[in-house]
Design a protein around this ligand. Structure first.
Ligand code: ADP
Ligand code: ZN
Length: 220
């Protein structure tokens, strides 16, 4: 199957590294990355009205209402296939709305332990100018508190503070985890434990893609 005929969803708890794990598939196979979290943060940086509406929910670790998310997703989609959805859908209602717009081929479920989730989220830092992510321990910037790409200041996301993290995890359990059942026939389960890429050759095959390039293996 060609990438241009295929849609993938990446599902997993906050901190699973959905953005990082999708990067290879995007660079190597040419998928278009649609991360609702990234799009929302971009809208907030540009002080867009929808973004500012969404920010109130995001800062508290709550989900942004389905209506806003669906409106936003639809304006970003110019064709039917070739997408990796990252952080979307996050509710059953979003999933059934997506089913009405485009076909979904595989749902990659990234799972990891609670301890790793907490470590990843509390140490994450983001560039305020370009949005690039770092981690104080696992992926520090060589310029300390500034971004290697654009020298922007690195900050901690409002929703990466411990109290809000708890909220996000309980929202995930209640509202997003039911999607595992919803998509059970399309699910590919991948452990996202280490600092390295879990999307290895074997998993790429499961997705139905073929590549001659070798990819690094997971899990130190
Ligand atoms: P993470 O996966 O680490 O929680 P994201 O960047 O995917 O981070 O999302 C950050 C926040 O953006 C979420 O906590 C939520 O408020 C909002 N958000 C992102 N995607 C969606 C979505 N599909 N539906 C509702 N809210 C969303
Ligand atoms: Zn930057």
């Amino acid at each position: 199957m060609n990438v241009s005929d295929m849609n993938l969803i990446f599902l997993g708890p906050p901190g699973a590294g959905k953005g990082t794990q999708t990067k290879k598939l995007i660079e190597e196979f040419g998928f278009i990355h649609l991360s609702t979290g990234d799009i929302l943060r971009q809208l907030i940086r540009s002080r867009d009205t929808l973004g500012l509406q969404a920010q109130i929910y995001m800062d508290q670790g709550k989900l942004v209402p389905d209506g806003l998310i669906l409106e936003m997703i639809q304006t970003k989609m110019e064709k039917k296939c070739g997408y990796i959805f990252d952080g979307f859908p996050r509710t059953i209602d979003q999933a059934s709305a997506l089913d009405k717009i485009v076909p979904v081929d595989h749902v990659v479920y990234l799972f990891l332990s609670h301890d790793v989730i907490l470590k990843r989220l509390t140490g994450r830092r983001v560039c305020e100018k370009c949005g690039k992510e770092y981690h104080i321990e696992f992926m520090p910037s060589s310029l300390k508190d500034s971004c290697e790409l654009c020298k922007g200041r690195l900050y901690q996301r409002e929703d990466d503070r411990p109290f809000v993290i708890e909220n996000r995890l309980s929202v995930y359990e209640k509202q997003t985890k039911p999607l595992l059942e919803y998509y059970h026939e399309k699910l590919i389960r991948i452990e996202a434990c280490g600092n390295v890429l879990s999307i290895d050759q074997e998993n790429i095959k499961k997705i139905g893609l073929s590549t001659h390039k070798a990819m690094s293996q997971c899990c130190s």
